[in-house]
Design a protein around this ligand. Structure first.
Ligand SMILES: Nc1ncnc2c1ncn2[C@@H]1O[C@H](COP(=O)(O)OP(=O)(O)OP(=O)(O)O)[C@@H](O)[C@H]1O
Ligand SMILES: [Mg+2]
Length: 306
């Protein structure tokens, strides 16, 4: 039987200056799920995550983690259950050395020295920063800081891993290895993963289910369903993955497939299936509606016009 990892009920939040950031949020995430939260700048993603690490306290039983109100949890209990990696690594690294930063959580959890040491070594190895123990955090490159901030959360071994813009500003190799790492943690350790990101090309690699946030939760569903909904994307200033757009173009030229691929890997699958199936080849042609269809399609993806 699956357990509810995160349950948020009727959550509203306004900042002290009156800015309304979240309205009537309701979400339920089961243990082991891979979730993405997408939404334009200022949609409230970071604000939502601040509720999951105790920075913003909600005491009305709105935010429940594994059946328990997060407002009622002691910090030790909370950090064992949920770890949030923030958008800006500088918000997370504040100690004199990388070792101290990664050890901070485990020490706060009351673990003994040997276990703290083990956790730090293991977390740094996981993010590829072995040997960085004595380095000064603010002397690291952005990508290295980003990985150090992740290590500082992994060392607490949380059951729920929340990442705000994990792939932003990473080079292709670090981006790929980060995606693999998040998926390994989900698959091998059953860790529930929740990511907020603008990188729609990577969303389908990290999530089986998407929530679209725009102060309110305006939509929820599997990636294919969300990216098919042009009006939803336009209204929320969101893009579809490039591969998905390319295959939408191909479908104007008569290419047929059950569901449009969201990534290069899925594209290879779709093409292989088509070629190895009855058709034996990919057939494209221009029919009487092609130009019209293309115009409609291009207009749908155009973000410069209302
Ligand atoms: N400390 C604050 N005081 C007042 N308003 C704030 C504060 N922090 C954020 N806001 C406002 O709350 C709203 C939601 O901001 P939030 O940072 O949660 O958005 P986001 O979805 O994470 O955006 P981005 O994609 O740019 O990271 C915005 O309108 C923002 O201006
Ligand atoms: Mg944000």
């Amino acid at each position: 039987m699956t357990k509810e990892a995160v349950s948020i009920r009727d959550l509203n939040y306004s900042y002290p200056d009156g800015t309304v950031a979240l309205e009537d949020i309701n979400i339920t995430i089961e243990e082991g799920e891979r979730i993405a939260i997408i939404g334009q700048n200022g949609a409230g993603k970071t604000t939502l995550f601040l509720h999951l690490n105790g920075t913003i306290k909600s005491c009305d039983n709105n935010v429940v983690i594994f059946g328990k109100d997060i407002g009622q949890m002691k910090s030790k209990e909370r950090i064992e259950k949920v770890g949030v990696v923030f958008q800006d690594p500088d918000d997370q690294l504040f100690m004199p050395t990388i070792f101290d930063d990664v050890a901070f959580g485990p020490i706060n959890m009351g673990l003994d020295e040997d276990e703290v040491e083990r956790r730090v070594r293991s977390a740094l190895a996981t993010v590829g920063l072995t040997g960085f123990e004595d380095r000064v955090p603010h002397h690291l490159s952005y990508g290295q800081k980003k990985r150090a901030a992740l290590a500082a959360v992994l060392s607490m071994e949380p059951r729920i891993l929340v990442l705000d813009e994990p792939t932003a500003n990473l080079d292709p190799m670090n981006r790929a290895s980060l995606i693999e790492l998040i998926n390994d943690l989900n698959r091998d350790k059953g860790i529930t993963t929740i990511v907020a990101m603008h990188d729609v090309n990577a969303v389908s690699q990290l999530a089986d289910r998407i929530y679209v946030l725009n102060k309110r939760m305006v939509a929820e569903g599997p990636p294919t369903e969300i990216f098919m909904d042009f009006d939803l994307l336009r209204e929320n200033n969101l893009d579809a993955p490039d591969v998905f757009k390319l295959f939408s173009v191909l479908s104007c030229f008569g290419f047929n497939c059950e569901s449009l691929p969201l990534s290069i890997n899925e594209a290879v699958e779709v093409l292989t299936k088509t070629i190895e199936g009855d058709e034996k080849h990919v057939h494209l042609h221009i029919h009487e509606h092609t130009h019209e269809d293309l115009e409609v399609l291009m207009h749908r993806y155009d973000h410069h016009h209302g």
